[in-house]
Design a protein around this ligand. Structure first.
Ligand code: PA5
Length: 446
C-alpha cells in the first residue's frame, strides 16, 4: 500500500492542454534538482536522505532515544520552525489524542519549547517540570536562534538545579551544526551527546535527520518504518519516472497551473485532528520555500469537519482564488459504531450500526462535491492509515514536490532571506551589542 494522489477534481479548472504544458517544466525542474545545478544547490542533501541513512546512524539514534526513554518521564524538544515542526507533526499523528493526560505511560511525554518567546508558556512549562524527571533535546541548526537559545538557558538551569550538573549532562542531547554556533560551543564545553545536522540540509527539509528522528524515536515510534516509507517515495518521485506516474511532479505541475489561473491560496485539509501539526509542517515547508520575490501560493490549512463550522463558509462562497489539497486517511486505527437508541430523541437512529468513520467519510465526500461545485479545485492525497510508513511517504512526497514546484516558479526554494528582517529589528530594539546604529535608526521610527 502507498499514499496516492488524485487530481481528477481539478480537471474542470486545469485543461489537459495546460497540464501537458507543465509536464516538461516539472520534469526539467526534477532533473535540475538531481543534477544539482539549480538555485540553492548547496541545500540538496535532503534529496537522498532516506536512502543515505546508515544502519549505524539509526542504531545510534535508537540507543540515545533509549537512554532518554529509560530516564525521563518528560522530554522537552527545544527548537523552532524546521527544528521542531517535523517531529511534532509525526509524533502528534501517531500518539493518542489524550496522551498528555494518561496517568500511566510507557513512553516519556514529549513537550516543546523554544518555538515562541511567551513568558507565560515558559513559566507554566517550568512549573510543570518541577520535580519531574525530565530530559532535553536542544535542536538548532545555526545554534544561534534566539527563541530556542532562551528556552535552553532556562531549562538547562532548571535541570541542573533539580538533578545536579553531572546527571543533567547525561539527560541533554544537542542537535546542531558540526562546528559552528553557540549550541555547538556549549555542547562541546559541557560534554553533551550531540548529533550533527549536515550543512546541505535546510531546517524545513530536516525531519529525516536527527532533528526529527531523535524526538520521534524517544516518543516510541519506528524511525525505521518512517525512513522506509520516505525511501519508497525517493524512488517513486525520481526524474526517470514518467510524469503521469510521478506524484511529486504531478502535484507540483497542477498547483502551479492553478496558481497561474488565479488560484493564489492553497488550503491543506484534513478530516483527522491528529494531522493538525502535519498541516503546520506543510505550511512552513511551502511558505518558507516559495513565498519570495513577490510570488508564491499562500499555504493555508484547516481541520475538518471542525473548521467547516468556521472557515467552511468562506471556502464555499468567498473569493474564488483558492484550491484545496485534502489529506484523506483511508482507514481508522480504531472502531467505534453508533449505538441504536430506542427513544431516538436525537434522531440519529438512521446512523445506528454505522462506524463513525463512515459518517466522517460522507462528510468528506459531501464537502468535496460542494466545494468543487462552488468553484474550488480539489486535489486528494489518500493515506492508507496513520502509520509511520505512510507518514514517511507523505513527507518525502511533499518535500520533493516543493523543490520541483519552487523551480517551476523560478525561485530558490531553499533559502529564507525574509526571515532575517524581524530578527534585525528585534535585536536593534533589544540593544544587542553590535546593533548600535540599527538601534538608533529604529528608535527614530518609534
Ligand atoms: O527552515 C528553516 O531553515 C527555518 O525554519 C529554521 O528551521 C528555523 O529558523 C530554526 O533555525 P535553527 O535550526 O537554525 O535554530
Amino acid at each position: 500500500k502507498t499514499i496516492k494522489l488524485n487530481i481528477d477534481k481539478t480537471s474542470n479548472f486545469v485543461s489537459k492542454d495546460v497540464l501537458d504544458s507543465y509536464e516538461k517544466r516539472a520534469n526539467d525542474a526534477n532533473s535540475l534538482l538531481h543534477e544539482g545545478i539549480g538555485l540553492g544547490n548547496d541545500f540538496l542533501g535532503w534529496l537522498h536522505l532516506p536512502s543515505s541513512i546508515s544502519e549505524a546512524e539509526i542504531e545510534e539514534l535508537e540507543a540515545t532515544a533509549k537512554t532518554l526513554r529509560d530516564n525521563c518521564e518528560v522530554v522537552v524538544v527545544i527548537g523552532i520552525g524546521g527544528s521542531y515542526l517535523g517531529a511534532k507533526a509525526v509524533i502528534d499523528a501517531l500518539s493518542c489524542s489524550f496522551d498528555a493526560m494518561q496517568a500511566t505511560r510507557k513512553n516519556p511525554l514529549i513537550v516543546y519549547a523554544g518555538h515562541n518567546i511567551c513568558e507565560d508558556y515558559l513559566f507554566e512549562l517550568q512549573s510543570f517540570l518541577k520535580n519531574k524527571k525530565f530530559g532535553i533535546i536542544s535542536i538548532s541548526k545555526s545554534g544561534t536562534t534566539t527563541e530556542p537559545a532562551l528556552a535552553f538557558r532556562l531549562l538547562r538551569e532548571q535541570l541542573e538545579a533539580q538533578q545536579g550538573k553531572a546527571s543533567a549532562q547525561q539527560l541533554i542531547v544537542a542537535v546542531t551544526d558540526k562546528a559552528r554556533g553557540a549550541l555547538r560551543t556549549l555542547a562541546t564545553q559541557e560534554g553533551y551527546k550531540t548529533f550533527v545536522i549536515e550543512d546541505s540540509v535546510g531546517g524545513r527539509y530536516s525531519v529525516l535527520t536527527p532533528v526529527g528522528l531523535l524526538p520521534i524515536a524517544v516518543a516510541g515510534f519506528s524511525i525505521r518504518d518512517l525512513i522506509a516509507g520516505a525511501m519508497h517515495f525517493e524512488n517513486l518521485c525520481g526524474p526517470e519516472i514518467p510524469f503521469d506516474q510521478n506524484p511529486a511532479a504531478l502535484y507540483a505541475a497542477v498547483r502551479n497551473a492553478l496558481y497561474q489561473s488565479g488560484k493564489k491560496t492553497e488550503i491543506l485539509v484534513n478530516f483527522h485532528p491528529k494531522l493538525h501539526y502535519f498541516n503546520e509542517w506543510w505550511k512552513q515547508l511551502y511558505g518558507e520555500s516559495e513565498g519570495k520575490e513577490n510570488k508564491g501560493i499562500f499555504p493555508a490549512a484547516v481541520d475538518f469537519t471542525t473548521d467547516l463550522h468556521s472557515m467552511g463558509q468562506w471556502i464555499q462562497q468567498g473569493e474564488r482564488t483558492i484550491f484545496e489539497t485534502v489529506v484523506s486517511v483511508q482507514q481508522s486505527n480504531h472502531e467505534v459504531r453508533v449505538p441504536s437508541d430506542e427513544a431516538n430523541l436525537d434522531g440519529l437512529n438512521y446512523l445506528a450500526g454505522k462506524r463513525v468513520d463512515e459518517v466522517n467519510k460522507m462528510a468528506e465526500l459531501g464537502t468535496m462535491i460542494a466545494h468543487v461545485d462552488g468553484g474550488v479545485p480539489n486535489l486528494k492525497l489518500e493515506l492508507p492509515e496513520l502509520k509511520e510508513l505512510y507518514l514517511g511517504q507523505m513527507i518525502y512526497f511533499f518535500e520533493k514536490a516543493c523543490g520541483i514546484s519552487g523551480y517551476i516558479l523560478g525561485i530558490n526554494p531553499f533559502d529564507q532571506p525574509g526571515v532575517e528582517d524581524y530578527k534585525k529589528n528585534m535585536f536593534a530594539l533589544l540593544e544587542k551589542p553590535g546593533y548600535e546604529e540599527a538601534t538608533k535608526a529604529i528608535k527614530a521610527k518609534l
